[in-house]
Structure formats: C-alpha cells, structure tokens
Design a protein around this ligand. Sequence first.
Ligand SMILES: [Zn+2]
Length: 512
Amino acid sequence: MTTTGPIPPEVDGVPDAPTGRLTSPHPAPSTSVGGGDVPDPLTVGRRLRHVRQESGRTLGDVAAEIGMSASALSLIENGKREPRLSVLNALAQALGTQLSELLTTAPPSRRAALEIRLERAQRGEGYDALGLPRVKIGPRLPTEALEALVGLHEAMAASSAERAATPEHARRANLGLRERMRAADNYFGEIEDEAAQLLGAINYTGGPVGRVSVDRMAAHLGFSLVHTGDLPGSTRTVTDLQHKRIYLPQPEAGQHDSRSLALQALGHLVLGHDVPVDYAEFLTQRVEINYFAASVLMPQEGAVQLLRQAMDAKDIAIEDLRDAFAVSYETAAHRFTNLATRHLGIPVHFMRIGQDGVIYKAYENDGVIFPSDATGAIEGQRVCRAWTARRVFEQPDLSQAFCAYTDTRSGTYWCTAAIDRTPAGVFSVNVGVRYQDVKWMRGRETTHRATSRCPDPTCCNLPPADLADRWSGNAWPSARAHSHLLAAMPPGVFPGVDDTEVYRFLDRHAPA
Ligand SMILES: [Zn+2]
C-alpha cells in the first residue's frame, strides 16, 4: 500500500448512507492488494537523485552514459516523468547499484521524505486554488524551511478537513451520494465484479457465505482476521496494514455480524481506497464497503436466481433472501434494492427509521416522496404517521413482516416492514414498491390500507382539535436532541476516531 497515514478504522455513530458504487473524486493510489508495493515516480526520482549524489556523479555525466539528455534525467529525478523499466535498469547499472535499490518504497532520507511531502502538497488541488507560487524544492531550500512548509501544509489540510465536517457539509454530502445512487438504480457493477472475483478465488459454489469462507477470502488477500475483546471504543474494526491483520470485536460483543465487519474492512483494500481527504469521500467509502460486504454475503448470481424464481411464482419476499444467505433482514432488504431494478425491472424504496419516525437511511427510485428539509436532506426528517414504516410499530404481532398499502401524493405504494431491535434502539426496516408492481410481492393480499396527506399539516403534524383545545399552552416538553444528526462531525481523517487509542491498541497487539 502507498497509504502512509493511519489505519482505516470503522467508526460507529456516523449515519450510514444507503449503498452504491460511486466514482471516488480522488484517484486511488497505484496499489496492488496482496501484491508488492509499487513506488510512485516521485519516490523513485528522489531515490535516484540520492543514489546519484552519493556516488558523486553529475546529472549530465550519468545521462550521457546511458544516452539520455540531462533534462530528461532531471524530469525523472523530479518525479515528473515515469521512467521505463529499461531506463531504470540502465541507470542502476551506470550508478553501480541494484534495480531493487531504486524501486524501494521508502524515501532515502528524512530530507527526501520531507521533499516528497512538500511536492505532493504543492501538487494538490487545494494549493492550486490559493493561487500561490510553488516553492522550488532543491538543495538550496534549507531543511528548516522545508520542515516548516510541510508542517503548515499538513496543518492546513487537517483544519480544512475539520471545517468540512460540519453537519451542513455532512447533509450535503449525504444528499449528493443519494442522487448518484438513484441515478445508478443503486446498482454498481464494478463492486459486484470485485465481489464475484474474490468469491471465485475461494471456489465459492453457492449458499450462505460462512465465517470460514470469509477467513479464506482474507487469507487470499494476504490478511488474517483477529478477534479481540479490547478494540478502541471509537472503532468497529482496525486494520494493521504493516502486519496485514484485521482486528474485529469478539462475535458476541456486539450486534454486528462479524462477517460483514471483516468484509467491510477488506473492502477498503479490494476497492483501492486511500485515506479519505474529506467527509464526502469518507462517506463514499463507507457506502462502497457496505455494498461490497453485501455483494459478497449475498452473491449476485445466487440472489438474482432466487429473486427471478420468486418473481415467476409471484412470491418475492425479503425474508426468503434473508434466510437463503443467513443475513439480517436489513442486509437482505438493502441488497434487494441493489438488484430489484437492474435485474427485475422493479423500482423500489427502502427506509430505516427510528421509533419516533425519524429517517436514518433511505433510498428510492420509485417516485415516493420522502420528507426533506430546505436543503433537500432527508436524514433526521420525520415520515408520515400513516406510512407503513411507522404503523409497523403499532402492530401487536411482529413475528412476521407487516404489509400495507399507502395512498400518497405521488401515488399508491405497497410496503413491507419489519422491526429491528438493536442496543442503539428499536428501528423499522422497510421496502416498498409502486402499486403496479405489487403483483410480484408476497403479502399483497393485505387489507391494511392508509392515506397519507403529508405534507399537508392537517395530515398528522397538527394535533387533533380536541387534544389541542385541552393542552395547548399547558405543555412544555424537553426535546431529546438527535445528536448524531445535528452535532458537528468530530474532527479527524476518520471522523470520531481517537488516533492515540488506535495506535496504543496496535502497539499492544502487533507481533514482536
Ligand atoms: Zn402524514
């Protein structure tokens, strides 16, 4: 990995966006998972210059020996041109060294490491936007000045990351993600392909993907999975890139399926993620690893086969998908949204809401209108009381999914909802389709039906007149704040993660 920063831990407490494959705004580094490290041209160039200067040779001298112009060699040393392997070979010979010496990923000296960091910082888009001149990085730049410039650049990057992590920014990032996922029908073929490849590598033939299979996939990528009881409280998993270990909580310690956590951690590697530069990229990566984990646990081929058979029988049910792949109802419901439109031609919507009706996650491409604020954000908004997602909480028997029709301002929908009890509270998980698509779904014979007139305030926002007459002016409730939605995102590359805690943890567990 060329990732030099900290370890990608997984954070709790950040609202999950719905899943989807998104093109990262930042090119992934040239890493090969499980393979060797490939240094970038800048590192190769600095190392080359270091070796040449050690040998006391001039640029022109060495260039002449291998039949190249001094300016061309200078471009290579400055990392502005990527040398062919044959050129590097000739250079190694001329300098009396090994090719491997030139291809080592580590910078040759502390000074060189600083030079590389400054070069990278000056090449960043953020620096261009400032319209400032680039400092020439050469032998005449004092190490002290170099040190100060690198320090300033990096402090500035950290502070802009902190600024970016405001609730306002988080909401906009969520909105942007949802729009891109909707445009793709929540289906991302590249991630499906990566998942299929990894499954192929361990000779997966069908059925649920168990713990042993996940272990094999990790091993195939050169990683081992280590369960531990003392993960830092601010993380879900921690990956030690140096020793190629993924630390996971003890299976009984949390509500999370540890297969899913392990696959999400592997997802960062398989999808070539780099340390996120801002909150939007952090969110994108979260969405991608969630998608990746789901597409491994419920492989496309088997899941689509099951869904097509169910469609033929007009008997599609989320529960069957859940049971066939031994996953949670929510994972199955979410995965259904990936495949339903692409493979079955059925537009869908998905929601996860709290007992108070507040949206935690939602996705739609079937025209259902979620409540939203002025910026278009839906997280933290309360859905109509008439919606199935909320009515499910009032059902006396929750042993099976609750199905109901709802007439809304954008048409009639049929929805199926289930209750999910977690240590963080009680949620409802919902999948819905348009009235014309209900013919494919199990539970369509339900007689439950409701009308939603929201956003008309008389639908469910204003209290009934008799209650209002009795209590208006005589009630003073104390509001419970939704801190996860309204509080500023904690600063840091991985929002909310305590780096000290993570490094101490790694120190404790690293092999001697
Ligand atoms: Zn309503």
